[in-house]
Write a protein that binds this ligand. Structure first.
Ligand code: SF4
Ligand SMILES: [Zn+2]
Length: 547
């Protein structure tokens, strides 16, 4: 059994960090992006919308919705600046209405301890207090610092906050961030995840396996576990390791599909490595999130357009984070900029570029971000706004375009009329595999649920995972609607009208028709019970069913 994690005494690097943390806690809640969403929601509330409705109409860029404290902060600001007169009735409504969880799942983000990253990327900031690439005043990062990067404390405090805000906490997606996960020692990785499970389970376990088993029936169950790493760290051994940890989703920094640009930015990996990594992850059923960066050193607007198109040729990420390069003082790129070798795009250029790129995104992909939420004070030159999504969408609308990505089409909180739903099977080649994006769509083209069925082809890389021998894969099942208790029912809300079961049945049929003898689901440990109830059995780490 691995030794317990010792705290890095990171806090000693800061002189008297408490007051700074408290001030930061307040500031981070009211970021410009959040205030912008809150003001838009307030206008709707004033015009008669319910708080619930108004907030869900204005989601935050990175997912989630503004909380009531931000609504109150935005209201106060509007009153203080004289833009609005005081309206005690309005204040009472935004104060008293608890925010409910509008998406299916509550996300808990946890950061790993500061640790040197093998990468030397020129754009990547360095701060001794933080894991590589993170800034201490970034949302989420200060909470980690406050808890000395202890995984247990980070999860516990997040669960407390979610509960206080009235969000359900029975289905949790764990998101581990911080540098390159695979470069941490494996003992650290295992212990880190064990402690996260301990926090969810409410009792400590003696081994990760025991903790996973306990989580199958715990009050707070994991429905997803994501890590972020580099393409050159993905190989057969890593696949097996990630599965043993219970990982279901991998975020990879692809950044560019041009070897020259990768080299110029000292990424330390090639396009071929990204291609191989995505093929391996797909063959093992992982959900794939790629990070892509426009405006890297050596890039041009025209070149970025060409590069972006390559994303859909073989790589085909399930989710995408677009991180326009931001010029930061504590990154090597700053020196290139000083020498006149680097020019950040202006806000207008970026909005124009993103509007063009978004119009070309296939419906199977979810665009999670179009910019990183770094406080603008860190950005030296170039775009400083983090609320670009709205401008991008406005520009697209003015051109009669819209984004058809998953995020833009999710039904969110609305009730769904079962009879009106249409089943769709969007098939696309992804490298050596054939992907089926099975979905339920409303007459208004909103997405009520989807399933990712992956059919490995003859040239798909072998994974050496016994569960997967001769198997087709279910990489994701997602049904939208308000997050409900695992056992509870609410008529009309998309999550509990058996959409998942119906999607699964369709996937089984299609896999059988394509000649596969078994279906394997990369189920997070907290969802094993769900699949067991539908005829699946736990193999080594996947839920499998003979067809
Ligand atoms: S690999 Fe990621 S964390 Fe490491 S230096 Fe590059 S961008 Fe930063
Ligand atoms: Zn979109």
């Amino acid at each position: 059994m691995p030794t317990r994690i010792k705290h890095d005494h990171t806090m000693t690097l800061l002189k008297n960090p408490r007051p700074r943390i408290q001030a930061w806690e307040l500031a981070k809640q009211a970021t410009p992006e959040r205030l912008l969403c809150a003001r838009a929601a307030l206008k709707d509330i004033r015009a008669g919308a319910s708080v619930f409705e108004a907030v869900s109409r204005h989601p935050l860029e990175g997912g989630g919705f503004v909380g009531k404290q931000i609504l109150v902060a935005a209201y106060r600001e509007l009153v203080q600046t004289g833009a609005w007169a005081e309206e005690p009735g309005l204040l009472a409504r935004i104060r008293l209405k608890p925010m409910r969880s509008l998406s299916g799942v509550s996300v808990v983000t946890v950061l790993t301890k500061p640790y040197p990253c093998p990468g030397k990327c020129v754009f990547c900031p360095t701060d001794v207090r933080m894991p590589k690439s993170y800034l201490p005043d970034e949302p989420g990062a200060m909470r980690a610092l406050q808890h000395e990067f202890d995984p247990y404390e980070q999860v516990r405090s997040r669960l407390d906050t979610l509960t206080t805000l009235g969000h359900p906490t029975d289905k949790i997606e764990l998101l581990i961030l911080g540098g390159t996960w695979s470069s941490y020692k494996r003992e650290y990785q295992e212990e880190f995840i064990l402690r996260m499970f301990d926090a969810l389970n409410g009792v400590p376990s003696s081994s990760l396996r025991a903790a996973q088993q306990l989580n199958e029936i715990a009050t707070h169950r994991t429905v997803g576990l994501a890590i972020e790493t580099r393409p050159d760290h993905i190989d057969l051994d890593e696949l097996a390791w990630l599965r043993s940890l219970g990982v279901t989703k991998v975020q990879l920094g692809a950044q560019s599909f041009d070897d020259q640009i990768l080299e110029l930015n000292k990424r330390g990996h090639s396009v071929a490595e990204t291609r191989r990594a995505t093929a391996l992850l797909r063959a093992a059923g992982f959900k794939i999130v790629l990070h892509w960066m426009p405006n890297l050193l050596g890039a041009t607007l025209a070149g970025d357009r060409v590069d972006f198109a390559k994303l859909w040729d073989g790589f085909c990420p399930d989710e995408l984070k677009i991180y326009p390069t931001q010029l930061l003082k504590n990154a090597e790129l700053y020196l290139n900029w000083q020498r006149g070798e680097y020019h950040p795009y202006s806000t207008e250029e970026l909005v124009e570029l993103l509007a063009e790129l978004k119009a070309a995104i296939p419906e199977y992909c979810r665009v999670n971000r179009v910019i990183r939420d770094i406080p603008s004070t860190n950005v030296v030159e170039g775009n400083k706004r983090t609320s670009l999504r709205m401008d991008v969408h406005a520009l697209m609308r003015s051109r009669g375009q819209s984004c058809r990505c998953i995020r833009c089409r999710e039904v969110r909180a609305s009730l769904v009329d079962l009879d009106g739903l249409e089943t769709k099977d969007f098939t696309y080649p992804a490298g050596t595999a054939e992907e089926h994006f099975l979905s339920f769509v409303t007459p208004e083209d909103r997405l009520a649920g989807f399933l990712r069925l992956s059919l490995p082809g003859p040239a798909s890389p072998p994974t050496n995972l016994v569960d997967l021998a001769g198997a087709a894969l279910v990489r994701e099942v997602h049904v939208y609607g308000q997050s409900l208790g695992l056992g509870s029912e609410q008529s009309g809300a998309a999550q509990h009208i058996g959409l998942g079961t119906r999607l699964l049945a369709q996937a089984e049929e299609e896999a059988r028709a394509a000649g596969f003898a078994r279906l394997a689901v990369i189920a997070a440990v907290g969802t094993r019970g769900y699949y067991a109830g539908r005829g699946y059995q736990l193999g080594e780490t996947y839920m499998v069913k003979d067809l």
